[in-house]
Write a new protein. Sequence first.
Length: 212
Amino acid sequence: MPLIPGTRLGSYEIVAPLGVGGMGEVYRATDTKLGRDVALKVLPAEMAGDPERLTRFRREAKSLAQLDHPNIVTIYAVEEFDGLQFLIMQLVEGQPLDRLIPANGMQIERIVDIATGLSDALAAAHDKGIVHRDLKPANVMVSNEGRVKVLDFGLAVIYAGLGEKEQAFALLERAYEDRSYYLPSFLTVDERLDSLRTDPRFADLKKRVGLP
């Protein structure tokens, strides 16, 4: 059940909903201790009982905690209250990129500005051994000042510290795990697996980890 304005999660008071996604609900909230507005990403109790969703939720927290960049949303903490787990993040005042793109497209200067911010964010993540893997307009905020902020690292792969073979295996493992995200939804699970096994994009990864 969605949280209503006025609900308290510890020292955080819900102000308004911001959005709902496959990995939880996002709210504008007030940090009553510090007197500032933040964004809370809440994993509902029914989702927390799903090991896969819980793993992705914790993966996002771990990924964001390793990143400190002006084009990546900042995470402040991860907490639990009354059975609800939630991330406390920087509140970005603005709009997601998918709502800002007009039907007739953007001016080239604006495209370059946004692309520059995105490339800087991704380069910073890659330098830390983190691959986002779910970059799309809905996961990119543009602040009221025009700054790009990359959100939602729930599907990220963290391969820092791994050898070449271990990196390839981690990427391949995530590809199998999340196959429904990029294969047509009308395919059955078996058909999706068959498509993945024969997909030339993964041939090199499979070869590197010794899979047929």
